[in-house]
Design a protein around this ligand. Structure first.
Ligand SMILES: [Zn+2]
Length: 294
């Protein structure tokens, strides 16, 4: 049973309305070789060096030329690899364009599988398969290593959380991690049940990210400003607490539609309530995930 409220669907669909002409691509320096680029959509990670450039996520297709320009300003080298942290269009919308520019697309097995067939988007509408030029050329299930520019880069699939194709990218020497939307800073996270997301998997993914990082790790979230291990821990604990309270209420016989009125997220509203996922909607998604055995 799907009971996502209309309010959530409206706020999710308006999320995508952006005037790309006015978007500026802003680089944030993390190390001499690693930058975060912010524009519209998910945070882009860029890794530069004499053997070429590796980029993580690429926002929306109309921004590809601006993004390419911003990267080439930092380093004129060839963009050799373009990784997708997951399938969503605000992270992978430029796949066709960057492939055309010569990049090899890399993602999780499930990203390619989902791009090849019709899917259901965040607003609940059917989305046709992506153009074949957007499909990743290299895919993997659990772990993939890159050895580039004297850095060891590990791509991890830790669990199904935001979707069932989430990839976390770890620069082991630089101690930088890009989490994609497995960790975000816009408020309550979006758990995309239509794309295999799961609240239990979300918490498990955050636990595994915490085991990969230390107090000095610079963490590029899927959305929002640079973060630290403490920020990840805080979100992990909030989601685990909300999940446990929803599970307890369901066990006591509460009906799914009664869960939002229980005030489970009240103490988190100041911290997480300003994003596009509202607390009352978040508990409904958590409820649906738990009832689906996820
Ligand atoms: Zn996403």
């Amino acid at each position: 049973m799907r009971f996502l409220p209309a309010l959530l669907l409206i706020s999710l669909s308006s999320f995508a309305q952006t005037n790309y002409d006015t978007v500026r691509i802003r680089p944030v320096k993390i190390t001499d070789q690693i930058y975060m680029l912010q524009g519209a959509g998910g945070n882009i990670g860029v890794f530069l060096g004499k053997e070429g450039t590796l980029m993580i996520d690429n926002q929306f297709a109309p921004l590809s030329n601006k993004i390419n320009g911003a990267i080439k300003t930092l380093d004129p080298g060839e963009i050799r690899f373009a990784i997708n942290t997951h399938l969503h269009g605000d992270h992978s919308g430029g796949n066709e364009n960057f492939k055309r520019m010569g990049a090899t697309l890399v993602a999780h097995d499930h990203v390619r599988e989902r791009m090849m067939k019709e899917t259901v988007n965040r607003a609940g509408n059917k989305v046709p398969p992506r153009n074949a030029d957007a499909w990743p050329l290299i895919t993997f299930a659990d772990k993939l290593n890159f050895h580039l520019n004297e850095e060891d880069i590990v791509l991890h699939h830790l669990d199904r959380g935001h979707t069932d194709g989430d990839v976390i990218i770890q620069f082991t020497k630089a101690n930088v991690v890009h989490t994609g939307d497995a960790f975000v800073r816009y408020g309550y996270p979006f758990i995309d049940l239509n794309s295999g997301g799961s609240v239990n998997g979300f918490v498990s993914t955050l636990d595994k990210i915490l085991s990969l990082v230390d107090e000095n790790t610079k963490i590029i979230p899927g959305h929002g400003e640079l973060a630290s291990k403490a920020d990840v821990k805080k979100l992990r604990d909030a989601i685990a607490d909300i999940r446990d309270q929803v599970a307890a209420a369901l066990k006591k016989g509460k009906k799914p539609e009664d869960i939002p009125a229980l005030g489970i997220t009240d103490k988190y509203e100041a911290e997480y309530g300003r994003g596009f996922v509202k607390g009352k909607d978040f508990v409904l998604v958590v409820t649906e995930s738990l009832r689906g055995g996820m």
